[in-house]
Structures are given as structure tokens and as C-alpha cells.
Design a protein around this ligand. Sequence first.
Ligand SMILES: NC(=O)c1ccc[n+]([C@@H]2O[C@H](COP(=O)([O-])OP(=O)(O)OC[C@H]3O[C@@H](n4cnc5c(N)ncnc54)[C@H](OP(=O)(O)O)[C@@H]3O)[C@@H](O)[C@H]2O)c1
Length: 340
Amino acid sequence: MTPPPARAGRAGAPRAVRFDRHGPVDVLELVEVDRPAPGPGQVLVEVVATSVNPGEILVREGAFATTAPATFPSGQGSDLAGRVVEVGDGVADWSVGDEVLGWTDQRAAQAELVAVPAGQLTARPPSVPWEQAGSLYVAGGTAVAMAAAVPSAPGSTAVVLGAAGGVGSILTQLLVRDGVRVLAVVGAANAAWARSVGAEPVPHGDGLERRLGDAAPQGLAAAYDAHGGGYVDLVLRLGVPVDRVVTIIDFAGAERTGARTVFGHHVTTARVLADLAGLIASGELTVPIAATFPLARVREAYTLLAERHTRGKIVLVTGAGPVAAGTGAPAATHPSGDAV
Ligand SMILES: NC(=O)c1ccc[n+]([C@@H]2O[C@H](COP(=O)([O-])OP(=O)(O)OC[C@H]3O[C@@H](n4cnc5c(N)ncnc54)[C@H](OP(=O)(O)O)[C@@H]3O)[C@@H](O)[C@H]2O)c1
């Protein structure tokens, strides 16, 4: 992919994803908004790629209405990669034209222009594809945090439950890279992918507990739950010590059993993202990209995500970079390979 030409800005009002009430995917609109102004310590990023995450579905539907309420009209999205087009007062590290990846915690990434604190960005290595760069913050940061919460030694055997998803696909590769024998719990369609990254696929569904027991007769040293649905209890029944079990979704199960929990956004830093981007640049990590949609098709991106069978990440592109190649809608493909 060739780098995009640096541009000083865009003509007309920028567009952003907005919703003005909780509800199904139909509440999402791509609308024209005021051009954001970078405040002190911020830069304005022209977004090339951003991604969708399951937590955003919960926010939009109102599941966090009491704990983390949306204020309407609400924007959406955290992950972003793009190009600096304006620099606020007091920013020394970034210049117009710099290519960056990072995050906003203002639910604002699914937009053509986003004002971002300078410390929430790292440089995009030129060889890191825009789609992967724009997918790293939530999924990558959470994968790193899971691995750090329950460190696994080289040669030990661990299970990753939900190994093919955004978080699991990155975590699986990080553990394999560390020399861990990884049992990757995936559906049949993702078994070949799991093998391709050096893990051993174990199909989910009826009989999983027996299959895992058979695959690790000496026991499992650690369990990483990126799916929920009772997996915390399942791995405890298999004898994994409770302090070697971490989940990012089954908070009730963790509360009841004492398993560990991780919130990626509490611990992810620009340094973490720089390290992940470095691994992608050196060919040691690949974020699988299941589908790429233009920003205007944000509803379809979330509809596909809600099927919960994404391999890796679903990406939204703005057309500001070479991902859309100036030809209108980029190809969007379902994990099955069918056109979306
Ligand atoms: N606490 C945090 O900080 C944090 C951060 C990020 C995400 N999360 C949460 O963590 C979960 C995973 O996030 P994500 O972005 O990785 O989701 P995702 O990309 O939507 O996950 C999709 C994956 O789930 C797999 N899957 C579906 N049914 C499964 C089953 N029965 N057993 C095992 N895997 C199954 C699918 O694999 P197959 O197609 O092979 O079935 C697919 O690859 C979500 O609930 C999300 O809300 C929490």
C-alpha cells in the first residue's frame, strides 16, 4: 500500500458518525459536523482508518446508560489511524503530515477529523497497513493487558477462549511468540487460521471441556477468556488455578470465583501501541482484517460484528487514505469470503 499524500485539510464540513438516542444499528448516522479545533496539547487527526468494537454496541444500545451514559448527540469509536493536519498549542512531538495511530476516549474516532491528545498517539511505521493501524487500541491493548495480567512461561500450555476475535487473534499471536503452547478455542472456519499462527485449534461447542482435557492431559497453566458464556467456570472445572484465569467479559463469573479481570483502556498507553505496531512492522504480528467498510456503511459494519464470528477486526475507512483508493467503496468481504 502506498502512503497517502500529506494534505493540509479538507474542503467542506467534516463528517462523523452520530446517534441521538439509544437503539439498534439504525440510530447510527453519518452527518456533517463542525470542524473540531485541537485544544492545547492536542492535534487534529484526519482519520484514514478506524474500527468497530463490541463494547460500542452495548453503549449504543444503552446497556451502560447508568454507569457510562452517552450524552446526545453521541459520537462513536476509540481506535484510529490517520494523518496530523493541525497542531494545538504546546505540542512539540507532532507536525502536520505525520502519520499516526492511537485513540480517543471521547467516543469520537468514527469521523473524518478528530482532536486527540498528543500523548494518545504513536507514529505509524510505514509498513503497517492502515487497516491494522486503525484497529490496534482496544483489541491490541486489551490483548497485551491480558497477557500481562496472567503471564505465561515459554513451554507452558494455555488456552485462549475466543481466540479468533479482535482481542483473541492478537493475544494468541503474542503468546505463541513468547513460546507458549496455545490451545485456541475457535469455530471450524477459524481452525486453519489458528494453525497458521502456530496455535492448536480446539473447536468450541458441545464437548469442549473434554476436548481441552484431552489436549492438555497434564493440565492447563493459564486460561484467557475473551468470549464469556461460562468459560471461566469451564476452565476452573478443568483445574486451572483461579489466579491463572483472566476474563475481559465475564465480570459476574470473576466476582463469584475470584478470577482476574482486565479493562484494556485502564492500562493501554501509546508505548504499548508503539510496541504492537513494531511487531506488525517486523512481521511478528498480523491483525486479521475481516472486512473493510466506508464510514457511510457503519451500520453494516456493526451488523456484521454483532454476528460474533469476526476473524480479527472490522475496519471503517474514510477515504482520506489509499485504503479507499479514490474509487468509492472499497471491497468489503465477509469472513466467509462472500462479498458483503
Ligand atoms: N474488558 C475489556 O477491556 C474489553 C476490551 C475489548 C473487548 N472486550 C469484550 O471482549 C469480548 C471480545 O471482544 P472482541 O473484540 O475480541 O470480539 P469479537 O471480535 O466480536 O469476537 C468475535 C469472535 O468470537 C468468537 N466466538 C463466537 N462464539 C464463540 C464461542 N462459543 N466460543 C469461543 N469463541 C467464540 C468467534 O470465533 P468463531 O467465528 O471461530 O466462532 C469470533 O472470532 C467482547 O465481549 C467485548 O465486549 C472487553
